[in-house]
Write a protein that binds this ligand. Structure first.
Ligand code: NAD
Ligand code: ZN
Length: 343
């Protein structure tokens, strides 16, 4: 089968022929992949940054955001059947630890990640344990179904508390920030203010439905947010940039007793003035990892099935699988929203 493989500890990845995964464990499932979407994590592996060097063993097949069809099942599989149209959660839980047994599988103590700790889905076939599979409604196109995992990140980040009728600041309109704007529209946020340094993505944010877009290098984010919220500041901050300055400006822009949900991942330790930005403002901060399994998936799938959420502007490129290098280059340049490769 064709697969995009990180074959050496340096920049890039190669399209090569590898064996279709053969033997299935009793609870494993083989899926024929129809669409895959490129995640920031894949880009990190492609670029071979510090994180990738410490986490990836080559050779390995990249990718974890996908949609496809079940073609073979292990002896004891009961959750899916051959022919089912599926996508998959990336976080593979042990199902035994305290978190797994208390509704927090997404932060399992023994978590394994598809496409990071094992071969991924940038291939014609991928092998996954049944526990992470999600049955898609046939009405959802495979290209849309393939982005439910990052969509789930946005949904999880947004809905840990109410956003309806609230002024929401989104810092960072990368692929997940853009998905967040779409979700915030469906949730009836009063005003969506988006901060983004990339021109292409600021324009896209506006098209998707941001009410106000800010280039924080050109104007003060704090001043814009104050002006747009009657001097009060934002009720909610959704941090999706992984940039320390965006975090500080965002917290400063929050109204007292506001809420911040942090999805962005920072390169190194971040220093903030906890007294002024959090404690005396009575801010609640949520750290967000992955998706709630499977509450977030129900919400995302239902938003797509009901056509309340339109991904056509958020998915900016649908490319042939063989054209993956172009996809990764676009990701590097940031001239894209979500990029999907179809097989
Ligand atoms: P991305 O890196 O593509 O997007 C980040 C965006 O932030 C970019 O468009 C960038 O231009 C913008 N940005 C950078 N500095 C900024 C600043 N000072 N102000 C405003 N915008 C700024 O990432 P993504 O794939 O959209 O993911 C969003 C973030 O979430 C990333 O940090 C990623 O690592 C993280 N992430 C976390 C989880 C989790 O489980 N916690 C899962 C997936 C992704
Ligand atoms: Zn566990």
């Amino acid at each position: 089968m064709k697969a995009i493989v990180k074959d050496a500890p340096n920049y890039g990845a190669k399209l090569v022929k590898v064996d279709v995964p053969k033997s299935l464990e009793p609870h494993e499932v083989l899926v024929k992949v129809k669409a895959v979407s490129i995640c920031g994590t894949d880009l990190h592996i492609w670029l071979w940054n510090e994180w990738a060097k410490n986490h990836i063993k080559v050779p390995q097949i990249l990718g974890h955001e996908f949609a496809g069809e079940v073609v073979s099942v292990g002896r004891d599989v009961s959750l899916v059947s051959i022919g089912d149209f599926v996508s998959s959660e990336t976080h593979i839980p042990c199902q035994h630890c305290k978190q797994c047994r208390t509704g927090n599988m997404h932060v399992c103590q023994n978590l394994k990640i598809l496409g990071v700790d094992m071969n991924g889905a940038f291939a014609e076939y991928v092998k996954v344990p049944e526990i992470v599979l999600w049955k898609n409604d046939p009405s959802i196109p495979p290209i849309w179904a393939s982005v439910q995992e990052p969509l789930g990140n946005a949904i999880h980040t947004i809905f840990v508390e109410d956003v309806t009728g609230k002024n929401v600041l989104v810092t960072g309109a990368g692929p997940i920030g853009l998905l967040a704007i779409g979700v915030l529209k469906t949730a009836g946020a009063a005003k969506i203010i988006v901060s983004e340094v990339n021109d292409y993505r600021r324009d896209l944010a506006k098209e998707i439905g941001a009410d106000v877009v800010v280039d924080p290098r050109k104007e003060s984010l704090v001043n814009v947010v104050k002006k747009e919220t009657n001097g009060d500041g934002a009720d909610v901050m959704i941090e999706m940039s992984g940039n320390p300055q965006a975090l500080k400006d965002g917290l400063t822009s929050l109204t007292n007793a506001g809420r911040a949900s942090l999805l962005g991942v920072y390169d190194k330790d971040v220093q903030i003035n906890l007294n002024d930005l959090v404690i005396f403002k009575a801010i609640r901060i949520y750290g967000i990892t992955g998706r709630k399994m499977f509450e977030t998936w129900y919400r995302g799938a239902d938003l797509l099935k009901s056509k309340k959420l339109d991904l056509s502007k958020i998915i900016t490129h649908v490319l042939d699988f063989d054209d993956y290098e172009r996809g990764f280059k676009l990701m590097e340049e940031g001239k894209c929203g979500k990029i999907v490769l179809k097989l």
